[in-house]
Design a protein around this ligand. Structure first.
Ligand SMILES: [Zn+2]
Length: 212
C-alpha cells in the first residue's frame, strides 16, 4: 500500500488509508512521513508572520509531520535559491514554535527553542530571509553568542551554546517565533541591498564582531 502513496498525494486519500489500516492489518500503510510536502513560504507583509507562535505540545501536535514539512520546504528552497540554512513554523503558516536548520550538511531540529542568554558582544550581519525570497539583505546587529534551551523531536530537553553563524541563525529563527522579521532590527534604512548587489559585493555575511 505504501508503494503508491508517495509525496504529493492528497491528504484525504492518506487519511482514508490510515483509517483502513484498522481493518486490514497487517498490511503496510503509509506513515505521516510519506505525505510530507514542500509548503508555500509566506512573504513579508503576510499578517501571520507578525504573530507570536504557540509552544509545540508533544502530546497533541504532529511533531514529526511538522518537522518533515519544514525539512522538505527548506531543502527545496535551498536547492532553488542556492542559499539558506533555516526555517521556522510560521514561515509555512504554522504558528508553532519549531525551527529546522541545515548547517554543513547536518539536519537540526529545535522545538520550543528559547534563548536564555545573549552575549554583550555584538556582531554585524548581512541577513536575508525566505520571507523576502532571499532577494533583500539587511545589515543588522546580533549578539555574538547565545545559549539556547530547546527540545528534540522526541521531547528530550537540551541546553547548548552557539557562536557566530549558528548563533546568528538561531536569533533570526527564534525571532520568527515571536513574530519579528529581521528588517525590523534595521537602525538605518541605508543598510539594505538586493541579492544581485550582495553577490557583486562577494556575499558579505558576518562583517564585524566575529572571527570564524
Ligand atoms: Zn527568516
Amino acid at each position: 500500500m505504501a508503494s503508491f502513496v508517495k509525496k504529493g498525494h492528497d491528504v484525504k486519500k492518506v487519511q482514508a488509508l490510515h483509517h483502513l489500516r484498522l481493518f486490514i492489518r497487517p498490511v503496510q500503510y503509509p506513515s505521516l512521513t510519506d505525505i510530507m510536502a514542500v509548503r508555500e513560504i509566506l512573504q513579508a507583509g503576510n499578517d501571520l508572520l507578525y504573530r507570536k507562535s504557540k509552544p509545540v505540545d508533544f502530546r497533541k501536535d504532529h511533531v514529526e509531520a511538522l518537522m518533515g514539512d519544514l525539512s522538505d520546504t527548506l531543502v527545496d528552497f535551498m536547492a532553488r535559491k542556492k542559499l539558506g540554512r533555516g526555517i521556522s513554523g510560521p514561515q509555512i503558516g504554522v504558528l508553532k514554535r519549531a525551527v529546522y536548520v541545515i548547517e554543513d550538511g547536518r539536519h537540526l531540529s529545535f522545538i520550543n527553542p528559547r534563548i536564555t542568554k545573549r552575549s554583550k558582544k555584538k556582531m554585524m550581519v548581512w541577513d536575508s530571509c525566505f520571507c523576502y525570497d532571499l532577494d533583500i539583505f539587511v545589515l543588522i546587529e546580533r549578539s555574538r553568542d547565545v545559549t539556547v534551551e530547546y527540545y528534540t523531536p522526541v521531547g528530550k530537553k537540551k541546553v547548548e551554546d552557539f557562536s557566530g553563524p549558528l548563533s546568528e541563525l538561531l536569533q533570526h529563527e527564534t525571532d520568527h517565533l515571536d513574530g519579528i522579521l529581521s528588517y525590523q532590527h534595521l537602525k538605518e534604512p541605508v543598510r539594505i541591498m538586493r541579492r544581485s548587489e550582495w553577490e557583486k559585493h562577494g556575499r558579505p555575511y558576518i562583517i564585524k564582531g566575529w572571527e570564524g
